[in-house]
Design a protein. Structure first.
Length: 175
């Protein structure tokens, strides 16, 4: 991801570009992302910017966004999982949000020894919050890694996304 960020940082010199955001499987930490989702927030949509990125990163799927697009659903996705090239941080950190995905899985098809091995494996994944024996909350940034883990076990899963806004101290809002 570091080489990708370096390539995109150079494009921020263009005064029309407000920020470049990496999102999707690459930002969520998937081991093998199929493509690289990139959103370019700019003063006005410029197809040349999209072409430049495609030349630098052929596997990129580029979304051009202007400030007029702020109410489109993609902005929710960007806040949940997007990494800002300009700010060098995930947008949910910048906005002090904690987006998580709830996973419900079933271990019925596993033998007793495999269930024990699964439980040991899941304890090694940092950041997971257990709600019950078969339900966990997983931070969006490691969902790709967690889904890869579940796939290796061939489990049936149900998922649901949540955006959790933590309580903040008053001092954080004072000007």
């Amino acid at each position: 991801m570091k080489s990708l960020i370096k390539k995109l940082e150079k494009l921020l010199k263009n005064r029309e570009i407000i920020d470049i955001i990496i999102f999707g499987s690459k930002a969520k930490g998937s081991i093998r992302p199929n493509d690289i989702d990139i959103a370019v927030l700019s003063i006005k949509k410029n197809i040349k910017i999209k072409q430049t990125i495609k030349e630098l990163i052929p596997e990129a799927d580029v979304q051009l966004l202007s400030l007029e697009d702020i109410f489109k659903n993609i902005f929710i996705t960007l806040i949940k999982e997007g990494y800002s090239i300009k700010k060098k941080d995930f947008l949910h950190n910048l906005y002090n949000l904690k987006p998580v995905k709830l996973y419900k899985y079933d271990l019925k098809q596993l033998t007793l020894s495999k269930k024990v091995m699964f439980e040991r494996g899941i304890k090694n994944i940092e950041g997971i919050q257990r709600l019950s024996n078969r339900v966990v909350l997983v931070p969006i940034k490691i969902c790709g890694e967690f889904e890869d883990f579940l796939r290796t076990w061939g489990l049936d899963i149900e998922t649901r996304d949540y955006e959790l806004v933590p309580l903040m101290r008053k001092e954080l809002f004072e000007i």
